[in-house]
Write a protein that binds this ligand. Sequence first.
Ligand SMILES: [Zn+2]
Ligand SMILES: [Zn+2]
Length: 269
Amino acid sequence: MRDFPQALNGILDKDNVWYYDAVYESRDGLYYLEPLVEELLLEVHSPRMVARVKRTADYESALYAAGGTVQAADRIWHREIDNAFVFTSFGDHHAGRDFYGGMCYFNGAAVAVSVLREMGVRRLAIVDTDCHHADGTRDIFAGDDDVLHVCFCHQDYEDSHNNVDVSIPFATSDEEYMAKVESEFVPRALAFKPEYIFWEYGYDATRGEYGDKGLSRDCHIGLAQIIKSVADEVCRGRLVTILCGGSSRALATYTIPRIIRCMAELDPV
Ligand SMILES: [Zn+2]
Ligand SMILES: [Zn+2]
């Protein structure tokens, strides 16, 4: 994150792009994000788990990470913004009702779903292209027929509650991966008609990363185009992209600005 927001040069000066910052409150021209309030966490996570995270040094950062996702969803609902890319210090998808792990403390997408439901939203979709299985998100929504969860990971599994896992083998080409997203996510989302799409964006399956499945860095830009066009078609473009796994600074500074350009409908570079 040290490279951001500098890596967004050429984007932040656009009329349709806003940058919300949780860290530098005093910086001119920035919108300040609030940490998540605890009672919202308890709509998703057990009091015991929240208490455990509270005892870690990362508690405050985890509140901002989940809070960013919730506030993005809220601002989209109120039509202040069309979509959002959430830079999180911690991911979402390994945080379940009563457990956390893999640098995911709180499930920001799940809290956002809970908040949106209080505002009248019913059906939501979560698509996960991080290399690893979204065990936390699955734990929370396993029996929920109003959440479509399509997870591209390492197993093929489908059950009766709109939870789908699509196996991505090692040494997958960009074309094969995008074809799987086109065939396994797109038709399900079009049929499900969610009112929001959350994209758990991990780049850890890129070549050289810790979850290397053989993808090139440009595969993620292709995924952004596919997912954005589905959001445009089914839910008026309501898309919240949440940064998930991945470690390379070079990959982050290459892919994230390009994904944001796609989401903001700016010319690709
Ligand atoms: Zn991962
Ligand atoms: Zn999975």
